[in-house]
Design a protein around this ligand. Structure first.
Ligand code: ZN
Length: 105
């Protein structure tokens, strides 16, 4: 079934790993525990935006996570900057989260 296909699919995960290999040093270590074993989380995540005591819709930062397998320290890598998602993905997700209404209705 189509719903069972992961959004962050194998091809995107491969791009994410290539991005890490390209941008991070070969001895990329966890700054907390100094381990160098990382795992790629299998979902694109979007941290909520917090302003003045409210969680609101609006601009989002789709990211993929690299997680230290020893201590769980997690790194957010912007999925648009890393070209895992197209630039318009950020804008489209922003529109969907603004107020839940379709502006053309
Ligand atoms: Zn660690």
């Amino acid at each position: 079934m189509a719903e069972d296909k992961p959004y962050f699919n194998a091809e995107m995960q491969k791009k994410a790993i290539e991005w890490i290999d390209q941008k991070c040093t070969a001895d990329f270590k966890c700054e907390c525990c100094q381990a160098s074993q990382w795992t790629l989380n299998t979902e694109i995540v979007v941290p909520p935006v917090y302003r003045k005591g409210m969680m609101i819709g609006g601009a989002v930062t789709p990211s993929f996570l690299l997680v230290c397998t020893n201590c769980g320290n997690s790194k957010f890598f912007n999925a648009v900057v890393s070209r895992i998602l197209p630039a318009e993905a950020k804008q489209a997700e922003k529109k969907e989260g603004e107020d839940g209404k379709n502006p053309s209705q």
